[in-house]
Design a protein around this ligand. Structure first.
Ligand code: 5AD
Ligand code: SF4
Length: 463
């Protein structure tokens, strides 16, 4: 599961020395908050730690190094990190050798890192989203005795693409195709903490995918904040549809997913490529955010309620088996009850197979942060409940159409609650639980869907 290794030799030596002093192999616990981007970054960070001689663990207790890869997309994500930092203090008191590290989007946010160092003086190392490749050198400073090491950079420093990665799943992997975001949706902090949009060269991406497939990967998830604008600024002009056509040719690769699509940039060419592909999964995550034209304009989303619905219509016509999921924000400043009705109307007409619904969270520095918040939290909560209820009704009704069908499932693991069951995902990304043996984990197997339980299925293997 470990990909190509880098030169981390100086760190390795220091880790070995400390292991000898402490009398055991050092254990590292990497905790990830937030999205798939952070998940993939954490795989790289774990790869570095493993190469440097750490043993990876999921337990904070007894660990010699704890690294939190943080998120700040909404305030509750940030608060979760601060809550965990309080707990970490106890561990540090028990074990003064414990190395505590923080990285990721919350640390990249203006002022956050300084606040952490002030409020939590036992934090040893803080770095941001632009210098993951520099983690070995920064960690070496800490092990060599430097206190409160801090490095947050505005521009990317070094590439972390060739770093070793320790994948969560041997059979599937995320692949970054681009970094950052230039869209500046009015509510969103991502462009501020992930920097400007930069696409990776297609040849490099294809090489990485080939190497992952050689290492046992069957499914890749192409990652970017806005994959539909892939290719801008590259010396050889290439767009996302063209990249997908090339990825499709990779021998041995069975499934291709991607995330996230911005509705404003989703081309008819992409719909064609998806529809004619045997490998691209029948799932599209297409964030709506709001169904109200006035709010969409204020959000800087560059589409309208009707243009979004027409896009959904074209997608559904081209691929009847497609599952469309979305993100919705309720409680955006100035949002009225009528605006929420528009959102509910889109949910019903788009017939989403799933949706993540969020209450708006004010993020400092964004354009929306300066807008007046006109409704109180009780009213927003009531609207949120209405949207959520509609989403649940619509999506379980929509998913039911697959009941009785024999479909391919990539088996991801043994069910956590019932070890007689396996759990996996349809091409549509929906979870399926069915009886089976652990030896099937990592394979794509035919399963007849016997019952729809809201957002997941029960099934039986049918070879
Ligand atoms: N408040 C609430 N939700 C947000 N999202 C992004 N920023 C905010 C915010 N300030 C949601 C959007 C996005 C998803 C990843 O997170 O719906 O699509
Ligand atoms: Fe945020 Fe909009 Fe960029 Fe998505 S497209 S990361 S919502 S600014």
């Amino acid at each position: 599961m470990t990909e190509k290794s880098n030169d981390i030799s100086a760190l390795k030596e220091a880790v070995l020395k400390r292991s000898e002093v402490l009398g055991h192999t050092l254990r590292a616990d990497v905790v990830t908050f937030g999205c798939q981007m952070n998940e993939r970054d954490s795989e790289k960070l774990k790869g570095i730690l493993k190469t440097a001689g750490f043993e990876l663990t999921d337990e904070e207790e007894g660990a010699d190094l704890v690294l939190y890869n943080t998120c700040t997309v909404r305030d509750n994500a940030a608060q979760r990190v601060y809550g965990r930092l309080g707990v970490l203090k106890r561990e540090k008191l028990k074990n003064p050798w414990l190395i505590t590290c923080l990285c990721g989007c919350l640390m990249q946010e203006e002022g956050s890192a300084d606040e952490v160092l002030r409020r939590y003086p036992y934090v040893d190392l803080i770095f941001g989203t632009q210098n993951i490749a520099r983690f070995p050198g920064l960690l070496l400073k800490v092990i060599s005795g430097e206190e409160q090491v801090l490095e947050i950079l505005k521009e990317p420093a070094g590439s972390h693409e060739s770093l070793p990665a320790e994948r969560k799943y041997p059979f599937k992997s995320g692949v970054n195709i681009m970094y950052g975001c230039d869209n500046f949706c009015s509510y969103c902090i991502v462009p501020f903490v992930r920097g400007r949009e930069r696409s990776r060269e297609a040849a490099e991406i294809l090489k990485e995918i080939e190497s992952l497939v050689r290492d046992g990967v069957k499914e890749v998830m192409l990652l970017g904040q806005n994959v539909n604008s892939y290719g801008k600024g590259l010396p050889d002009p290439v767009n996302f549809a063209a990249l997908l056509r090339e990825v499709e040719k990779t021998p041995g690769l069975e499934r291709i997913r991607f995330m996230t699509s911005h509705p404003k940039d989703l081309s008819d060419e992409l719909i064609e490529v998806m529809a004619s592909s045997g490998k691209i999964c029948r799932h599209l995550h297409l964030p709506l955010q709001s169904g109200s034209d006035r709010i969409l304009e204020d959000m800087n989303r560059h589409y309208t309620k009707e243009s979004y619905l027409s896009l959904v219509h074209r997608l559904r016509n081209a691929m009847p088996e497609l599952a469309i999921t979305t993100d919705i924000i309720v409680g955006y400043p100035t949002e009225t009850r009528e605006d929420v009705e528009d959102t509910i109307d889109v949910v019903k007409r788009a017939e989403f197979e799933g949706a993540f619904t969020f209450i708006y969270s004010k993020r400092a520095g964004t354009k929306a942060a300066s807008l007046p918040e006109t409704r109180d939290s009780g009213e927003i909560g009531a609207s949120f409940d209405r949207v959520l209820k509609t989403v649940q009704e619509v999506s379980s009704e929509r998913l039911k159409r697959f009941t009785g069908k024999r479909m391919s499932v990539l088996v991801e693991g043994v069910n956590e609650r019932d070890p007689k069951l396996l759990s996996g995902r349809l091409s549509q990304n929906t979870v399926v639980h069915f009886p089976g043996e652990a030896s099937a984990v990592g394979s794509i197997v035919p399963v007849r869907l016997t019952a729809c339980r809201g957002f997941y299925f029960l099934g039986e293997r049918q070879d």
